[in-house]
Each structure stands twice: as structure tokens, then as C-alpha cells.
Unconditional design. Structure first.
Ligand code: HEC
Length: 321
């Protein structure tokens, strides 16, 4: 079955929330107090002018947040990626970089979407010994100003790793060479396997969910679709956000409330979808998608202690065929 999800979905943060929705590409990231310039012993500037000096691997686009992503590989990583070798054993010194880029409609030609500045820089540095606990890759994440996001380095790195284990068979690397930047055939392993879509979900009794979630659930709901796996133990704020498109897709497909809940029951992303012509006035987009999601924000203005608030986003989408 094929779903056509319209790009023009309107996300709006709950009026009583002060939180900047990081999924909204028009707003800037929050600079957390206590943010560092180093993660896993790397600074942003250690990667030099990588956008000029490394090879671009591929481009991806996240349709719900309109975020563009460009992935680069340093010469060692690139050489290995395009080689015939089985992709499970990247050499030490191989590095991948990914830039999350805000986009806007070109004011001169609105049907065209153009980049509007970096939101986030992510790196994976291969050092089998140093990063043995996270599959041999050191994970590094900075905001557009080269500062770290909240959370402990170890916990955040494990959260990166937990999701990247979905592609363990590809040496923990998702990106494949796009055919436009090379005469070589792209490595097309994902065509043979299911990656993130292979995430495991189970039927779960709604009454056994924590109160913090239940209060947003319709009392009539008996069973929900709940993520079960490593990522609920090892997660960070980005996990809750990155998993949203999967939750939305499942919720639409199975007509169930779909939930990612952290193991400590503190944080969650929950998606419900329903045909609601009243709320969605455009008849081409009759499907209403409601997302409840916890977002970590500093407790006080200058505090590095995080508290978790729930935000709500709604969108209308097309449900076709
Ligand atoms: C919930 C899943 C998820 C989490 C958590 C996650 N990633 Fe990724 N990562 C992806 C996906 C999917 C891609 C492929 C590109 C895309 O779709 O954006 C990717 C791509 C990358 C790439 C480019 C190389 C590759 O594997 O394609 C880097 C570098 C990267 N991520 C770093 C990180 C870092 C650093 C963290 C933690 C701070 C992290 N990732 C957390 C899913 C995740």
C-alpha cells in the first residue's frame, strides 16, 4: 500500500508552551546553558572545511520538518564506501559528517525549496579501540554554533548508537552513495533489507501506560502500538524526534495510537491519527495527525538541569490509496 503524505502539513506548537519546536525549520535552536564546545574529544573546527575537502555521499530530506540533510565522507570513509568490501569493517580514521539544514521556499520562486542555514552538525569517527562501546564509532553532535546539546556525552552517544544499530550489517552507516555524484553504481543494500522500518512494535494495554501518557489518551482506547527495543533504553531528545515519521506512518497504516516511551517512563512521543473533516477543512487532507511529545527544557533560565514538558503538534494530511 502506498501513502502519499503531503509536504504542506501544518505543524503548530501548543499555545501554552514556551518551547521552540526543534522540528520547525523556521525557528532557531535553543542554546542550552552549560553547552560545551567538545564532544567525545572533538570540536567542530577539528573537522576543518569538510564541506569543501570531503566527498558528498548523499542528500536526504525529512518531509515533515522540511529539513535537508547532506552527508559527507572523508577520503578514507569514501574509499571504503565505494569499494567492493563488505561494509562491516570501516578502517580507523574513517569519518562521516551530516549537516541538518533548515529550508525555506525560495522567495523568488516559491515552488523551489532552498537551504536556509545549518541547524546541526553530526559526525561519526571510526576508532575501534577508543569507541569500542559504541560499535567502533565516536558520535559527535553540535548545534549550528558548534555547541553540544543537553545530556551526558556517554548517554547521548549510546542513543546515537542504539538507532544506528538498525544498520549494523552496513557497519552502522545508513547513507548510501547517491548515483548523481558518481559514475559508480550506488550501493543499494537497503533495497534488499528493511532498515528502520524493521523497528519492533507490540500491542500494549492502554491502561498499563504511565499516567503522564494516559491523560492524553481517549478513555475508549484499549490497545496501543508501542515501540519495543534498545532505543527506549538508550535514547536522547533527538531519538524522540527522529522516530516521529515512523510513528506517524504506523499510526496511519494501522489506525492505532503509536507510542515511543523511554524505559524510565519519563519521555515519550505519541501519535494519533483520525479522519476528521471538521478539523481539517481542506478535503484533500482529511487525516488529522496529533503528536504529543516531551521536550527537555532548562529548569530555570540559566540552569543546566532539564525538565520535561509536553508539546502538542497537529497536522492535516492526505490519506490516499
Ligand atoms: C532515531 C535514529 C537515529 C538516531 C538517534 C541518530 N541517528 Fe544518525 N542517522 C540516522 C539516519 C536514518 C541517517 C541517514 C541520513 C538521514 O536520513 O538523515 C543517519 C545518518 C547519520 C550520519 C551520516 C552517516 C550515516 O550513517 O548515514 C551521521 C554522521 C550521524 N547519523 C550521526 C549521528 C549522531 C552523532 C547521533 C547522535 C547524536 C545520531 N546520528 C543519532 C538515524 C539516527
Amino acid at each position: 500500500m502506498k501513502y502519499i503524505m503531503l509536504l504542506l502539513s501544518l505543524f503548530c506548537a501548543n499555545a501554552n508552551s514556551q518551547i521552540t519546536d526543534t522540528g520547525d525549520s523556521t525557528k532557531t535552536e535553543i542554546n542550552f546553558p552549560g553547552a560545551e564546545l567538545i564532544m567525545n574529544s572533538y570540536k567542530l573546527e577539528d573537522f576543518g572545511n569538510f564541506t569543501d575537502n570531503w566527498k558528498m555521499v548523499t542528500v536526504r530530506f525529512r518531509e515533515d520538518t522540511k529539513e535537508m540533510r547532506v552527508t559527507y565522507a572523508n577520503p578514507l570513509a569514501y574509499e571504503y564506501l565505494v569499494s567492493d568490501k563488505k561494509k562491516t569493517d570501516y578502517p580507523d580514521g574513517a569519518v562521516f559528517a551530516k549537516i541538518g539544514i533548515k529550508t525555506i521556499n525560495d522567495p523568488m520562486f516559491t515552488s523551489s525549496i532552498v537551504p536556509a542555514g545549518a541547524k546541526r552538525f553530526q559526525f561519526m569517527v571510526h576508532d575501534q579501540k577508543k569507541f569500542a562501546n559504541t560499535g567502533g564509532w565516536g558520535y559527535v553532535l553540535f548545534n549550528s554554533e558548534g555547541k553540544t546539546f543537553p545530556g551526558e556525552v556517554q548517554k547521548n552517544s549510546e542513543a546515537c548508537f542504539a538507532c544506528h544499530t538498525a544498520v549494523e550489517s552496513k557497519g552502522y552507516v545508513f547513507s548510501e552513495l547517491a548515483s548523481f555524484n558518481t559514475k559508480l553504481e550506488p550501493v543499494a543494500e537497503s533495497k534488499k533489507q528493511n532498515n528502520v522500518s524493521a523497528l519492533k512494535f507490540v500491542n500494549f494495554k492502554a491502561k498499563e501506560l504511565p499516567v503522564s501518557i494516559k491523560k492524553y489518551l481517549d478513555k475508549k482506547i484499549v490497545i496501543v502500538d508501542l515501540y519495543e527495543g534498545e532505543m527506549s533504553k538508550r535514547y536522547f531528545q533527538g531519538t524522540l524526534d527522529e522516530i516521529l515519521p515512523t510513528l506517524i506512518e504506523r499510526s496511519v497504516k494501522n489506525a492505532k495510537v503509536t507510542i515511543f516511551l523511554s524505559d524510565d517512563k519519563k519521555e515519550f512521543s505519541m501519535v494519533e491519527s483520525s479522519i476528521n473533516k471538521k478539523k481539517c477543512t481542506n478535503s484533500d487532507e482529511p487525516l488529522r495527525v496529533v503528536v504529543h511529545q516531551t521536550m527537555g527544557v532548562p529548569e530555570k533560565k540559566n540552569s543546566s538541569k532539564l525538565i520535561f514538558k509536553v508539546i502538542q503538534k497537529e497536522s492535516c494530511r492526505a490519506v490516499l490509496i
